[in-house]
Ligand binder design. Structure first.
Ligand code: ASP
Length: 329
């Protein structure tokens, strides 16, 4: 029976009667890709802060069995990390000296929530989840999001800059040069995508955004489809880097849709980075952006515009930090 099905599928594919997108994962299996190399459960996170986040996510998944709990609790480790200058309330402020935060969370069922331009909330990822679960909305912004946090009983933090962030800000004030450029050495947003043993996916993404951004600026991270996208039918993707360039190509949605059409996570990330480069050619030498992705089979991929991006991969055998490949060398 299996052989016959295989034969029918192969014949239909060779005659072009089947739409490649709808058969992509099956086709990958026929070619022997994915299933053999995949890992379940699996967590992939951006940057080296992903190692600690992955570890927490792994523990949460074993304890609660919930992939959503796992991706929330995982990135909370980074949000609470005093040494993180690019995630959470200890991050770099905007050009007015105010820290504003963006975060999003999404389940493979399509449920999602996000907050943007929010102040004084230590765990914006939890607030994003509360938007998803306790409101009829997807996204709350600014003071509205902060008020919602209060109404949910979340603590409101004092608004003082972390000494290291303040030092950098005071240095920046000397020139006040407004160059919305992500330092390619910077460790930025944490985005995490996870898969449980039953094929359920979830993702989370949280950041203090671009250092010294204009007050009110919102990046890709809280925008569903740009900074994060998850679909149990296919896979999940998240992004880091210059948010404006990622928004322009609906980056994470693009990666997931490319996987739906048959690309492996690696191929999908590469194609999305290439699209992003084509749409941002003018100052591409100053722009860093990268994607990580996983598919339902437990394969992963990552790709960036420039070298310097790394990502963390946790499965049952290891928690590894891996240097991403990039388009430019
Ligand atoms: N993507 C984030 C933003 O544009 C920045 C980052 O990854 O550091 O806000």
């Amino acid at each position: 029976m299996t052989t016959r099905r295989k034969f029918i599928k192969q014949s239909l594919l060779s005659t072009g009667l089947l739409i490649p997108g709808s058969t992509a994962l099956a086709e990958n299996k026929l070619r022997g890709r994915g299933v053999k190399t995949g890992n379940k459960p699996l967590f992939v996170s951006t940057w080296d802060h992903g190692l600690a986040a992955n570890e927490k996510a792994w523990t949460m998944l074993s304890e609660t069995g919930s992939i959503l709990d796992a991706v929330e609790e995982g990135v909370k480790v980074t949000e609470a990390d005093l040494s993180s200058r690019t995630v959470g309330i200890y991050g770099y402020p905007d050009r007015e000296g105010i820290v504003t935060l963006d975060a999003s969370i999404m389940s493979g069922t399509g449920d999602c929530g996000s907050v943007c331009f929010v102040r004084q909330v230590k765990h914006p990822i939890t607030l994003a989840r509360k938007v998803m679960e306790n409101t009829p909305h997807v996204m709350l912004a600014g003071e509205g999001a902060r008020q919602f946090a209060i109404s949910e009983g979340m603590p409101i933090e004092e608004e003082t800059l972390h000494p290291e962030s303040e030092k950098e800000y005071l240095k920046w004030l000397e020139e006040q040069e407004y160059r919305p450029i992500i330092n390619i050495e910077n460790h930025d947003t944490i985005g995490m995508v996870g898969l449980d043993a039953n094929g359920n996916l979830a993702g989370s993404c949280t950041t203090s955004g671009l250092a010294f951004k204009m007050h009110g600026r919102v990046g890709d991270s809280p925008i569903i489809g740009a900074g994060l996208y998850v679909d149990n039918e296919v896979g999940a993707a998240t992004a880091t880097g210059m948010g404006e360039t990622i928004i322009k190509v609906c980056g994470s949605f693009l990666v997931v849709e490319l996987m739906r059409q048959g690309r492996s996570p690696q191929e999908a990330c590469e194609e999305a980075v290439n699209r992003l480069i084509r749409k941002n050619q003018e100052n591409i030498e100053d722009i860093q952006a990268g994607f990580i992705a996983i598919n339902k089979e437990g394969e992963h991929g990552a790709y960036a515009v420039h070298p310097g991006f790394n990502f963390s991969v946790r499965h049952d055998k290891a928690n590894d930090l891996i240097d991403s490949k990039s388009e430019f060398q």
